[in-house]
Write a protein that binds this ligand. Structure first.
Ligand SMILES: Cc1ncc(COP(=O)(O)O)c(C=O)c1O
Length: 456
């Protein structure tokens, strides 16, 4: 695209005509935002030419950075042969078929079927359709209730937005009436004097209590991210997932793992359910499946569910115009090929992940850091005024906002979530690039300490 307008003109057109996601339109109309005009390797560049290390992989999706020519070429090539065709009405296309097979090859053994969507939100809506259909076919139509977690994030359509356990979102729409919430395994926030391990079991058992409260005969599924991403990178205590798995094994409910952020290598396994030993019946994916270069999401359907749908027969009355879009699937095939051929995930597991963990943990010693959480290439810092009392730097999460802005000024893109700073850099970073990330973040933490009068 020919970029002819000046950055000032773009700024004013953006404020006048473009309504942004999860943004206060009134505030944006006066302050405007940062226009990103170019990207290369792990760096983004704003319209004024400033280089910023992208510590967020775009929106947790460009895991392989921005210079992946194989994906770009696969997209061009597909546009030249079959730019679009649908998968409705007994039709299919080669990239969708190849992508389905490629996903089956890299996901855990119970997954042999995929339903494609364009996004993670639509994939989670699809999960609801699948679990309801599954129990209907089993002759248990009353099993409709779905349990999710406080502060989980599963998307922003009406149904996925209801699955997301974020009350500030719920205040703005009327959600579906069959979703319930249980505790999140956020030890730093809710664990008080308990050890993380004790708290992990207690948080997990809130699921068991909720199943009993609703009646197992009414509950269809539990949905959770292996590590909550948008909620603040909540790395669960080691006891949490084994206890959740025990509960799901003992009860007649389906387990849905939302791998939209954790999937495709971020924690050092193809999927974080493998990192944590979780055995999901359904698995949501999106984002890094195409390295963010094309919209694609979907649900991996475990044999337990697929067998019932297949045996029961009857149309699954759900689909999207772009389900299995050939160009998105071509991008996905190329992405998976790079991950396999370049052994990217093995490197996260054995080399760059452990290095990131070690370097990130060293930030725990900084005076404004109350807790450093990290698993592979996804991480968070809880910012505090007082490490012992866990008192926050300032009301309304202003400390984290200040620190995020300081990081961006130092050339590092991170995100503020509540009172935490989160990061998910491209998983192809080398050690020097991790060092740069840590140095820029340390500078931002120092500035934050100075701003709030804390000695470093
Ligand atoms: C875990 C999780 N699930 C679902 C979604 C929704 O995906 P999308 O924005 O593609 O609809 C997100 C988005 O951040 C996510 O983090």
């Amino acid at each position: 695209m020919d970029m002819k307008r000046s950055s000032q003109t773009l700024q004013s057109l953006d404020r006048a005509h473009h309504m942004h996601p999860f943004t206060d339109p009134k505030a944006y109309a006066s302050t405007g935002g940062k226009i990103i005009s170019q990207a290369e390797h792990i760096y983004i560049y704003d319209a004024d030419g400033n280089q910023i290390l992208d510590g967020m992989s775009g929106l947790w999706c460009c895991n392989l950075g921005y210079s992946q020519n194989k994906i770009r070429e696969a997209i061009y090539e597909q546009l030249g042969t079959l730019p679009y065709y649908n998968n409705f009405f007994q039709c299919s296309n080669e990239p969708a078929i190849e992508m389905a097979k490629a996903l089956v090859d890299v996901t855990p053994a119970q997954f042999n079927r995929v339903f494609f969507t364009n996004s993670g939100s639509e994939a989670n809506d699809t999960n609801i359709r699948l679990v309801h259909r599954y129990y209907d076919l089993l002759g248990k139509p009353q099993k409709k209730q779905i349990i999710s977690r406080e502060n989980g994030y599963h998307g922003s359509t009406i149904a996925a937005g209801t699955l997301s356990g974020m009350s500030y979102m719920h205040e703005q729409f009327t959600g579906v009436d069959y979703v319930h919430y249980v505790k999140q395994p956020h030890w730093f926030k809710d664990g008080a004097d308990m050890s993380p391990e004790e708290f992990g079991v207690i948080a997990a058992r809130s699921l068991e209590q909720k199943i009993d409260e609703l009646g197992e005969e009414n509950v269809a599924a539990f949905i959770a991210e292996p590590i909550q991403g948008a909620g603040g990178v909540i790395v669960p205590p080691s006891t949490y997932w084994p206890e959740i798995q025990r509960i799901c094994d003992e009860r007649d409910i389906l387990l849905i793992c939302d791998e939209v952020i954790c999937g495709f290598g971020r924690t050092g396994s193809w999927f974080a359910c493998e990192t944590y030993g979780i055995k999901p019946d359904l698995m949501t994916f999106a984002k890094a499946v195409t390295n963010g270069f094309q919209p694609l999401g979907g649900v991996m359907i475990g044999d337990k569910v697929a067998d019932v749908l297949n045996a029961g027969g009857g149309e699954f009355a759900h689909g999207l115009t772009y389900s299995g879009h050939p160009v998105s699937c071509a991008a996905g095939i190329a992405t998976l090929q790079i991950l396999r051929e370049e052994k990217t995930i093995e490197k996260v597991a054995t080399d760059i992940g452990p290095y990131m963990e070690q370097q990130w943990q060293s930030l725990a010693d900084h005076p404004v850091v109350g807790q450093a959480r990290v698993k592979g290439m996804v991480a968070a810092l809880e910012l505090v005024k007082d490490k012992n009392s866990r008192e926050r730097l300032a009301p309304q999460s202003q400390g984290a906002t200040f620190c995020r802005d300081a990081a961006i000024r130092s050339g590092l893109m991170v995100r503020a979530v509540g009172d935490s700073i989160v990061s998910a850099p491209p998983i192809i970073c080398n050690k020097e690039e991790i060092d740069t990330l840590i140095a820029r973040l340390t500078k931002a933490l120092d500035e934050t300490a100075a701003e709030y009068g804390i000695r470093t």
